[in-house]
Design a protein around this ligand. Sequence first.
Ligand code: PHE
Length: 531
Amino acid sequence: MFPATVPLKKPVVKLPSVPPCKNPTHLLPSPPTSSSAVASSVKEMAEEAVLGFLEHNDEIVDSGEFAVEKGINHEEIVNVVKSLNGFGFVVAQDIKRERWQLTTEGKTYAASGSPEYQLLMAIPPEGISRVELQKKLGDSVFKIGCQQATKNKWVEMGKTQVSRKVARVDDNVKALLIKINDGEALNQEDIDALKRRKLISPQIWKGYSVKKGPNYAPKRRKPATDLTRENLQSGEWKELLFKEYNFLAKGFPVEGGYLHPLLKVRRQIQMIFLQMGFEEMPTNNYVESSFWNFDALFQPQQHPARDSHDTFFLREPSTTKTLPEDYVERVKQIHESGGHGSRGYGYDWKREEANKNLLRTHTTAVSSRMLYALAKKPFEAKRYYSIDRVFRNEAVDRTHLAEFHQIEGLICDRGLSLGDLQGVLHDFFSRLGMSKLRFKPAYNPYTEPSMEIFGYHEGLKKWVEVGNSGMFRPEMLLPMGLPEDVTVIAWGLSLERPTMILYGIDNIRDLFGHKVDLSLIKSNPICRIGL
Ligand code: PHE
């Protein structure tokens, strides 16, 4: 169940000792087949050298000196020591040394003398003009040489002439630089002086002192990862060193059981509605009659949304069988001639049009059914919500599909006002992480007034349209039989839009449909906070 794929922490079995490796080069494969073969054999050689040495000695005092002695690259020794240390074969202690090395400038002076010495040597006993001296030495040596030689009181710098003050000097700087180059120690004062002139720079050298570790063995054997039939038959299993299980290794990712981002956001929104005291409406009918989808919502029969270019009508069964007849009659009335103070639309309402089956274009069709059912009983205030699929015959593009999920909320109570609607919307959207809202007058056949909702998106730093809302018209509510003082405030939005914003998806086809990359479903975050 747990693949033993990660190196063991401790070797389990101590191995019999092997003679130390006196001449490690015999391990080199000849001829080397590939560069990795060479690399691994150099590694083996270094490892044998370290383990072999420790078998008969207490300590490798300095890995640097050890590397020189064994003729092995120090870096290789360091790598091997680190690995052996990790497995407890050895215990390694850091050694850090600061060494001085010559800078490029320092190197030139070590070779051809310090500028001040070169300068002095270039001045003849009778003196020389500045111009000529500069020509002889070059700009840089002349400039630095003048400074240093003056400081040393070796020369007299006249306006035009330069003359010696001393006959002979030692080139101390050059001598110091050579000492540094040979690795000799200098006193701090000299070091500081050279450092100030940027003739030397520090070099940090890192190495180790190495001792036997708790798991020391003279040779590292590759541990077996599987116990085979052959191991058991031969009895070899008794001696074998097995790789330890690594219970901390990450297992294989579990396939299946991933939640789609839409489902996660749906859940988040569902929780918000429930916390706000809303009940879920039964939306398990994609097929709806035109009556409940449009007519009951006071949407006239010649409204462009009722065209087959916008709505998917059903061929089979093409019409609905049952509608509540007395209510149908009241709806016909209100469309044709109005009532309750409305003039209606003044057209010839046709039952055949209302009977046509379609794929619901909004979940407001369910809301109309729910309100009608509510009107049949003694009045009770309600908060309803739904989140489900709706269908529109639309051209598919980056932001539109022919189907999407609609989120809908409504509150039905006596004397609700537009202020109540705005208050509820603020509550709802701030729970989604959007506390700044703006409203824009809009039009829906079934609401008056109607408002588009805009929210300020803190992440995108702009106002984005987040939904549509309004108060259901009396022309819709009164024929249902709801009391006159009952008003219904409602709003709707898509589930896809907030999900795309939350999950940073800019093409709806990457979220829904046959083009969705399955890895999106597998690797998307558990949840996203704030819209
Ligand atoms: N049904 C509307 C739509 O399709 C949303 C809405 C619901 C608007 C309720 C107002 C009230 O966009």
